[in-house]
Design a protein around this ligand. Structure first.
Ligand code: 4AD
Ligand code: MG
Length: 481
């Protein structure tokens, strides 16, 4: 007999038929009640064992974490808390789990402990829910862009370019460490390396994505990206997933409209498809926040917060306006910020972004038109800016509790302006000859952005550490599993 998923059993429309379920024991009470979970839903199915007619030897092996197969009759449950249960006629232990040694005990574990057991934490309610929501969100991403006729592009993971110009890259090489081939002036001779040139793991698929947008019109990427930035924060990973749409003929306003519409769509999608998991995560967050001082608790429950984002437009604010607000803000005047905002041109730190979103506007914010010298080389220089106050058509979307969730821009489409900018920043034109070709042949206004997928999952699940929304996090000094 083929087993039925617990989710389907719990949604059954008929009873009194024989069913088989397979899963992992969460708890076993009174030698009689197994709470069985198979990962298809946050809910367990209760399996009632006829302990008088089951050998003691078998009962003893029903321990938390054990894999079992139960066959029996699906009946309406007399107990509170569940609609159906299985009256077990045949109980089989598929895989034992030593109750003394199994790390996922039926009790509350710290998130730190669970991180160290990332291969087993997915067997808990919270991580099962987070990983199902993550899966649904990634499908929502494809669904949104596919419905709109975007072409999905797989940009390379190994590349020779540093798209962000920030130099935070993991090298890819097949050269030996001992006896590394050197050039006459003592540098590593990458001509002898696997690709015959210096290569790294991609920090962004944008530059390659742009070349595709200039042929296919609207494209998106969704893949892993790698940054060797040594930021040990709750929002940074060394390996994260990024979604990067790029659209020909879109200007910055179109870009903001797209980003806002896209984020609202995927959140709505998760609300529709993951209501039980999100309700569970809402409860988890409430529980967690009970131990925090009032000032640090969220003002809204998780589902209210998600609905709020759907129902309210994101506030669009220029960098210059934001600087004025920050300069006049109480934490700035009282020197509460770690970085005091004195003048126009300052780079915004996450403390400033969070002040704007959480204290000042109290809604998602899109900041745009940043100073040119704090942003990447490829961003469109604004016309008519004051000398010394040049700005670029950049936009960052800031979310409550998260900070920056999206970074994007209108791209510099003018060949001469782009080349001049690259020269000023010492970016090798030869290396990016193919990127410059998009400006040589049929250049046009175009825009795009990158959304950090884990930051989106953080927001939707109400988790607070990015290490808890990716299966196996990679962070400085940590690449276990
Ligand atoms: O702002 P970033 O660096 O922008 C780009 O990479 C552009 N090429 C995107 C584009 O225009 N196509 O990164 C985009 C987003 C950030 O807003 C953030 O959400 C996420 O990627 N991100 C990270 N997420 C987790 N860990 C990190 N270390 C991240 N760095 C960026
Ligand atoms: Mg950014």
């Amino acid at each position: 007999m083929r087993h039925t998923k617990v989710k389907d059993l719990l949604n059954s429309t008929t009873t009194l038929h024989e069913v088989n379920a397979k899963g992992w024991v969460r708890t076993f009470r009174n030698n009689q009640f197994i709470a069985l979970n198979d990962g298809s839903t946050i809910n367990n199915i209760q399996c009632v064992v006829d302990f008088e007619n089951t050998p003691d030897e078998t009962l003893r092996r029903v321990t938390t974490g054990a894999a079992v197969s139960v066959t029996g009759t699906l009946v309406e449950s007399k107990g509170a808390g569940q609609k159906f249960e299985i009256q077990v006629t045949k109980l089989e232990i598929l895989g034992d789990s030593d109750a003394e040694k199994f790390p996922m005990q039926p009790k509350k574990h710290s998130l730190e402990f669970l991180r160290e057991n990332a291969h087993l934490r997915v067997r808990t309610n919270a991580f099962g829910a987070i990983m199902r929501v993550r899966s649904v969100l990634s499908f929502a991403v494809h669904s949104y862009f596919q419905e709109k006729g975007f072409v999905y592009v797989n940009t390379p993971i190994i590349t020779g370019s540093d798209a962000e110009g920030a130099g935070e890259m993991f090298k890819v090489t097949a050269l030996p460490f001992d006896g590394t081939p050197r050039t006459e002036d003592g540098k590593v001779n990458y001509k002898e390396d696997f690709f015959g040139k210096e290569t790294n793991l991609t920090v962004s698929g944008q530059l390659e994505g742009e070349t595709f947008a200039m042929a296919l019109g609207q494209i998106y990427t969704f893949g892993p990206t790698f940054r060797a930035e040594n930021s040990n924060t709750s929002r940074h990973l060394a390996e994260f997933w990024m979604i990067e749409p790029e659209v020909a003929f879109n200007d910055l306003n179109d870009n903001m409209d797209l980003a806002e519409d896209f984020i609202q769509y995927v959140i709505k999608y998760a609300l529709d498809k993951c209501s039980e998991d999100l309700k569970f995560l809402e409860g988890r967050l409430l529980e967690e926040e009970k131990s925090k001082p009032q000032a640090e608790r969220s003002e809204m429950a998780l589902l209210d917060k998600l609905n709020f984002v759907l129902e309210n437009n994101f506030k669009r604010v220029s960098y210059t306006e934001a600087i004025d607000i920050l300069r006049d803000s109480t934490p700035n005047k009282k020197k509460k910020f770690n970085y005091i905002i004195n003048e126009w041109g300052a780079d915004l730190q996450s403390e400033h972004e969070r002040y704007l979103v959480e204290k000042h506007f109290k809604c998602p914010v899109i900041l745009f038109d940043y100073p040119a010298n704090i942003k990447a080389f490829y961003m469109r220089l604004n016309d008519n800016t004051e000398p010394g106050r040049e700005t670029v058509r950049a936009m960052d979307i800031l979310f409550p509790g998260i900070g920056e969730i999206v970074g994007g821009s209108q791209r510099e489409e003018r060949f001469d302006v782009l080349v001049e900018k690259m020269k000023a920043l010492g970016i090798d034109e030869e290396e990016l000859w193919w990127y410059l070709d998009t400006r040589r042949f049929g250049s046009a206004v175009h825009s795009g952005f990158g959304l950090g997928f884990e930051r989106l999952v953080l927001f939707v699940t109400g988790m607070t550490n990015i290490r808890d929304v990716i299966p196996f996090p990679r962070t400085p000094m940590n690449a276990e599993f």
